[in-house]
Write a protein that binds this ligand. Structure first.
Ligand code: AMP
Length: 452
């Protein structure tokens, strides 16, 4: 990734665990010139526009290459990376982040966390999630040390905690979902550790537990489209509730009403973000870019734009921001950003599925679940609403051709029709999932709803 940036190219980070078709779609859409993998990568990721390079072969050829820095000028407006996020029309969209966006973010983080040559950061996030940018580049631009956890360790909370201590890590970033798992382990407290938490709402309960494990804790907020994080708040034991704090440097956050008028403190509206973190837009999606990245009505700067986040929020009288959830069908599952319409798009393409609604449901304190509500094409297969193990296996198999694991529903319900609101839209709120009884799968091959 460093080499790609250094030679003036842009990278597109791809998690090799993504389904083949999704990887292909990203490579084709981005028209990537090269796909760089190591030799353990299964299959051939080459497309008509992208040539495969195995890193081992590149390394072997390096002995004949001049080791001095390439004489290539990179400007702030040049693309640093293209990162695909879930798209509501069924196709992921590529967010274009520039060198200026990334640099402003990294220098801001360096100021806030005072990272320097003593910094030791443990990176655990998959590169396909933009927050990996903080983990990989922040220690390096600070002159500190980056410790990369391998995939096995990132999936094992006990091993992660051991590595934090063995490597004497002093700054660590994760989502609330990862922290929840780590907090179930025996985790010795260390004052020299700073914890960053972001990607999803941080609950007071998790914050309180984390404060017992570390010296400092920060809540980080921001969408991929405004470059990793846009606001930060240090959480202490004195905080009675959790805010997302204040904007990072060269960043402005506005709370606007439906007419894009500024709202006073305490009034709830939509969060719009302006400043040096605002990305260039969505690659080859000018209409969507114009819809979400709009001219900044509060700035005289030529071409200044604000990004419409879709998050609801408000300013408090003390100048801090609060995030109050979404105004649309974007959701977070285990820290992953998901447009529910993208799952619906692929589900409705499966033979036998006439219509579908996908919802996130979860009782307080429990992990949220993705539930698919399905109207079958043939009502004869409705089977009193009971879902069979074979059906679930079929739907899962079909979806996993295009969608990563975290986008596959883990609850299924068959229905004759969906409840409607008075203005004839699907009443998503009225759809309710009832958890099947423990052991119900074993007792009967037919399930009303299944956790398979
Ligand atoms: P992503 O583009 O994957 O980083 O997801 C961005 C979205 O995650 C935001 O628009 C919010 O909806 C949500 N989000 C990120 N950080 C926080 C946070 N600290 N508190 C609440 N929601 C958050």
């Amino acid at each position: 990734m460093l080499a790609v940036l250094k030679c003036g190219a842009a990278y597109l980070p791809i998690d090799p665990e993504f389904p083949e078709d999704r990887i292909k779609l990203m490579l084709e859409d981005s028209e990537a010139a090269f796909v760089i993998t190591d030799s353990t990568f299964p299959g051939n990721p080459e497309t008509p526009s992208s040539k495969h390079l195995a890193i081992e072969e590149v390394e072997a050829a390096l002995k004949d290459v001049d080791p001095t820095a390439p004489r290539i000028k990179v400007s702030g407006d040049d693309l640093a990376y293209l990162l695909y996020t879930s798209g509501s029309t069924g196709k992921p969209k590529g967010v274009m982040v520039s060198h200026k966006n990334l640099l402003n973010f990294l220098l801001s983080m360096k100021d806030i966390f005072h990272t320097d040559i003593h910094t030791r950061l443990l990176a655990v996030t998959t590169v396909s999630f933009d927050i990996a940018g903080l983990e990989i580049f922040l220690p390096l631009v600070s002159g500190g040390e980056l410790v990369l956890a391998d995939r096995k360790v990132t999936k094992d909370s006990k091993a992660l905690i051991d590595l934090l201590n063995v490597e004497d890590i002093n700054i660590f970033q994760a989502t609330p979902a990862t922290y929840k798992l780590m907090l179930q382990e025996d985790w010795p407290s260390r004052q020299s550790l700073t914890l960053l938490c972001g990607g999803e709402a941080l609950s007071k309960t998790i914050a309180d537990s984390l404060l017992q494990k570390c010296g400092r804790l920060f809540n980080m907020y921001g969408p991929t489209e405004t470059t990793i994080w846009s606001t930060v708040k240090e959480i202490t034991t004195k905080d009675t509730f959790i805010s997302i704090g204040t904007p990072i440097r060269n960043t402005s956050v506005y709370i606007l009403d439906e007419n894009h008028a500024l709202l006073p403190p305490d009034a709830e509206g939509e969060i719009f973000i302006g400043g040096d973190g605002v990305a260039l837009g969505y690659y080859k999606r000018s209409e969507l870019t114009a819809e979400r990245f709009i001219p900044n009505p509060f700035s005289d700067g030529e071409g200044d734009r604000i990004y419409k986040t879709g998050d609801l929020g408000k300013y408090l009288a003390n100048g801090e921001l609060v995030c109050l959830g979404r105004s649309d069908n974007q959701a977070k599952i285990r820290g992953y950003r998901i447009e529910l319409e993208e799952i619906e798009h692929y589900l409705s393409k499966i033979a036998g599925v006439k219509d579908t609604v996908v919802k996130v449901e979860g009782a307080d304190g429990l992990e949220p679940k993705l539930i698919a509500y399905i109207i079958p094409s043939e009502l004869a297969t409705l089977n009193g609403g009971e879902v069979t193990r074979n059906e679930v296996m079929h739907w899962r198999r079909e979806l996993s051709k295009n969608l990563p694991d975290y986008m596959i529903p883990n609850g299924w319900v068959k229905m004759e029709s969906f409840p409607l609101t008075p203005n004839k839209k699907v009443d998503r709120k009225a759809l309710k999932y009832i958890e099947p009884r423990e052991g119900a799968e074993a007792a009967s091959p037919h399930l009303k709803s299944s956790r398979l």
